[in-house]
Design a protein around this ligand. Structure first.
Ligand SMILES: NC(=O)c1ccc[n+]([C@@H]2O[C@H](COP(=O)([O-])OP(=O)(O)OC[C@H]3O[C@@H](n4cnc5c(N)ncnc54)[C@H](O)[C@@H]3O)[C@@H](O)[C@H]2O)c1
Length: 454
């Protein structure tokens, strides 16, 4: 890690002083003073191109699959041509939403066999991500795969291998990494706005049945309306169980617990902002405290992670928490703390807080004070604002939109995707290893660069 934070810090302050400076690649910044400090709005300069139409198909038409498709269709130049799901009610909903002529099927292989499909969205439960993604790339389709990229760490290398073999575009769906907020945080960190990174923390808090994954079970759920045999065909066989099908997040065979569901977003954003490969030591603890509905995963999970020094960042520590029994329901945050300040990062903005103390041993400052003939001790100084808010410009379409636009640009122009298979695996692996650490009640050592257990 190069020790240039002093120079970066001065550069950062100078940049804030000249508020017209353009600070982002592809983004504009404009600033005004507010009561609480300095406010800047961030925006994109260029739109996204829509040269050739991209035909997409959705595999897994539940909550997120529908959201992804709606987002993907907002980006100019795409069309939905087919939908796959294992529950008939979802297929009916899809036709209700997108038209009765929409092709629907229970078999994702039928989708992959269609020559008119350019790209698929894989938004099934986690235990199907790997197989469908690999089959799709082998069938010549580009893939937008929901997070976490894989259900267990053993599954990651094959996706990476097949993506390289096929050359297909593969984007993982932690959409925050494409957001203006994450981009701004990355720039600020590189500019030395918080000094040297020491620590980061992230948090998700919920307290509602839906938030805790107790989803409604449709009244018509039955072996006739649900293709249960296919659902469990790549995992432990069980007799038909509508609760396991519709509340799959609560069961180890299909879901990846709080860490795979939620920590993974925080890893993705943190790794994007810091250019990190990930932690080399992972420890998680927690328990099932409240939602005792037969679930196999904890409802309180704490994780601590050691990040080793690399040429991109110093060694630092990360603490993540997830709590489904929390009176502050709805809270989520990601904070990066450095020697000179901290940043609260969201997809739509960054709040930067600078340390209150100013260097008293700055030689330039001491010399100026001496020349001015004033006593250094006791002389009051002009201080810069302590808090700066960088907020996305009004009308910003958001990280999810940008993530799809990025995916399409990669398909059309060969641009790099924001979250490729290696990035997606490096974000998923420490999350999945939290589950292993929790179960074995001990830390796990991981080589984040080689992506291997130690
Ligand atoms: N990026 C995000 O912010 C975000 C948010 C929520 C969920 N997700 C991810 O999206 C995925 C789906 O989550 P969800 O909340 O939409 O779940 P969901 O239960 O609402 O939807 C999953 C759908 O997949 C279908 N399905 C199951 N197995 C299938 C198979 N083999 N082939 C075709 N369809 C199948 C189910 O019938 C269901 O309709 C998960 O991996 C989840 O982690 C991402």
């Amino acid at each position: 890690m190069k020790e240039n934070s002093q120079a970066s810090r001065r550069g950062f302050i100078r940049k804030l002083a000249t508020t017209t400076a353009a600070v982002a690649v592809g983004a504009n910044v404009f600033a005004e003073e507010t009561e609480s400090g300095l406010y800047q709005s961030i925006s994109r300069q260029a739109g996204f191109s829509a040269n050739d139409q991209i035909n997409i198909a959705l595999i897994g038409a539940g909550g997120m699959g529908v959201q992804d498709t709606l987002t993907g269709l907002k980006v100019p130049g795409s069309k939905l041509v087919a939908v796959c799901d294992l529950y008939d009610g979802r297929l009916k909903d899809a036709q209700g939403r997108w038209g009765s002529e929409l092709y629907t099927t229970r078999s994702y292989k039928e989708i992959l066999a269609r020559p008119d499909v350019d790209a698929v969205i894989v938004a099934t439960p986690d235990h199907w991500h790997q197989q469908i993604s690999i089959d799709a790339m082998r069938a010549g389709k580009h893939v937008y795969c929901e997070k976490p990229m894989v259900h267990s760490i053993e599954e990651g290398p094959d996706i990476i291998k097949v993506q390289k073999q096929t050359g297909k575009v593969f984007q993982v769906g932690s959409q925050g990494v494409s957001s203006l907020g994450n981009e701004k945080a990355k720039e600020l960190l590189a500019e030395g706005a918080i000094g040297k990174l020491i620590y980061a923390e992230g948090f998700w808090a919920r307290h509602s049945p839906i938030g805790a994954w107790q989803y409604p079970i449709p009244s018509d759920a039955s072996p006739q309306t649900v293709d249960w045999e296919t659902f469990v065909s790549n995992t432990n066989k069980q007799p038909f169980d509508a609760t396991r099908f519709f509340r799959w997040r609560n069961y180890k065979d299909y879901g990846t617990g709080m860490a795979g569901d939620l920590f993974v977003h925080l890893f993705s954003s943190l790794h994007f902002i810091t250019d990190s490969y990930g932690p080399n030591k992972i420890y998680a603890s927690g328990g099932l405290r409240y939602w005792k509905d037969g679930r196999e995963v904890p409802d309180v999970l704490l994780g601590t992670f050691d990040y080793p020094e690399t040429d991109k960042h110093p060694a630092f520590n990360l603490s993540l928490r997830c709590n489904f029994v929390d009176g502050t329901s709805g809270t989520t945050y990601l904070k990066l703390v450095g020697t000179e300040g901290s940043m609260d990062v969201t997809w739509d903005g960054v709040t930067l807080k600078r340390n209150k103390s100013v260097d008293s041993d700055d030689p330039f400052y001491i010399e100026q004070m001496r020349k001015a003939g004033s006593s250094i001790i006791g002389r009051k100084r002009i201080l810069p604002p302590e808090e700066y808010t960088f907020a996305a410009e009004k009308g910003y379409l958001g990280g999810p939109y940008d993530h799809f636009a990025n995916f399409y640009n990669a398909i059309r122009n060969g641009d790099k995707v924001a979250e490729d298979a290696v990035f997606g695996y490096r974000a998923a692996a420490p999350a999945l290893l939290c589950n292993d650490s929790y179960r074995k009640e001990g830390p796990i050592l991981w080589n984040p660069k080689k992506m291997q257990l130690v």
